[in-house]
Ligand binder design. Structure first.
Ligand code: FAD
Ligand code: FES
Length: 340
């Protein structure tokens, strides 16, 4: 049964059916119903949510989304993260998995504080109506009031029952959303927060030797993962290497909360990698790219770890090549959601 403002989506070749509220996307409605369609970025860029529309009408939120190639468009393929059903629909999708984390919820949240971390990174803390249900390393979609711009941001804290959502955001020069966040949004402003999303969350029952790699904008997700490991009952058995990257020392921020987390973990080692070859006062920093730092610093034990990574696609792609293609790490020991 659907209400007049919902449309029924049926999945071809199966008995899977779910309701999609008017204005919601095919992908998010599926996840809210516990139907795990494939996806990564939720923003129209990675292409991992492609599907075929067999019957019904869809509105395309972002007709020029880079996630579809010209060949996909010729074949009539679509992106579930950008498709809003306008009628009941029949769709053909890839493999469906159960949703292993909290189901995403849309809610209003109020901006409570803004804290500068570096010259171009700030922490934004929001208070939402309901509890903050998410796993360390996941992200939420934030719709900003000014211009209705929506972007993905990873939580930098842990899920909690008092509705607190923290994000570390890096300013993008002339970026649409970050200009609003950094220059216009004031404490007390309301945003729409929709989440959690993402597959690159801490697997607390797997390998207790982990490496977290956060390039620039990826720092928040990695803070959350380190805090998540430190909050586990057996935290003393965990070995964690955290790699943070930037161009120069002024791009790096290591929050105080990580120092406290380090006291609970068996071992926490923080490495920094600086890609600009100029002078630096930080003698311990690796000079080069993040993926090179990981390979050099963990040489000999690279394949002992499970990896979590977040940051620009150039960084996660280079890391995947270095670890999986060049060093023989099993691809299922590297978790990341592309920030594209
Ligand atoms: C899974 C994920 C997690 C992320 N986590 C973080 C984080 O924790 N911290 C952080 O600083 N950044 C994060 N990002 C990046 C963030 O979502 C923004 O891309 C970034 O802040 C720049 O946004 P902007 O609007 O300022 O820049 P712009 O250059 O204006 O836009 C940036 C990107 O937004 C996309 N975009 C353009 N139009 C649309 C549209 N209509 N709908 C949706 N997307 C559109 C484009 O692909 C473009 O690459 C994450 C991205 C993803 C995908
Ligand atoms: S394009 Fe839809 S999830 Fe990335």
């Amino acid at each position: 049964m659907t209400t007049p403002t919902e449309h029924l989506v049926s999945v071809d070749g199966s008995d899977v059916r779910f309701a999609c509220a008017e204005g919601d996307t095919l992908l998010r409605a599926a996840l809210r119903a516990g139907v795990g369609l494939g996806y990564e970025c939720n923003s129209g860029s990675c292409g991992s949510c492609r599907y075929d529309l067999l019957a019904g009408e869809m509105h395309d939120r972002r007709p020029d989304a880079p996630g579809l190639s010209p060949r996909d468009r010729r074949k009539g393929r679509r992106l579930a993260c950008q498709s809003e059903p306008r009628t009941d629909c029949l769709v053909k999708v890839g493999p469906i998995a159960p949703v292993a984390t909290h189901r995403p919820v849309r809610q209003t949240a109020e901006l409570r504080s803004i804290t500068p971390l570096t010259h171009d990174m700030q922490e934004f803390v929001f208070a939402a109506e309901k509890h903050a249900g998410f796993r360390p390393g996941q992200y939420a979609m934030i719709t900003l009031p000014d211009g209705n711009v929506e972007r993905a941001y990873s939580m930098s804290n842990l899920g909690n029952c008092y509705g607190e959502w923290k994000f570390v955001v890096k300013r993008v020069p002339d970026g649409h959303a970050t200009s609003i966040l950094f220059d216009k949004l004031e404490v007390g402003a309301s945003v729409e927060l929709d989440g959690p999303y993402g597959h690159a969350y801490l697997r607390d029952k797997e390998n207790q030797s982990i490496v977290c790699v956060g390039g620039g904008s990826g720092l928040g997700a990695m803070i959350s993962i380190v805090l998540g490991a430190a909050a586990l009952p057996g935290a003393g058995a965990w070995t964690v290497h955290l790699f943070c990257g930037g161009r120069t020392a002024r791009d790096i921020h290591v929050p105080e909360s990580l120092v406290r987390a380090g006291r609970r973990l068996g071992m926490l080692q923080v490495h920094t990698a600086l890609s600009d070859v100029g002078e630096t006062e930080d003698d311990t920093a690796y000079r080069g790219f993040l993926h090179e730092a990981v390979v050099e610093r963990l040489a000999g034990s690279l394949t002992d770890f499970t990896y979590y990574a977040a940051g620009p696609p150039a960084m996660t792609d280079a890391l995947m090549r270095a670890l999986v293609l060049d060093s023989g790490l099993d691809a299922d020991r590297l978790y990341f959601d592309r920030f594209c």
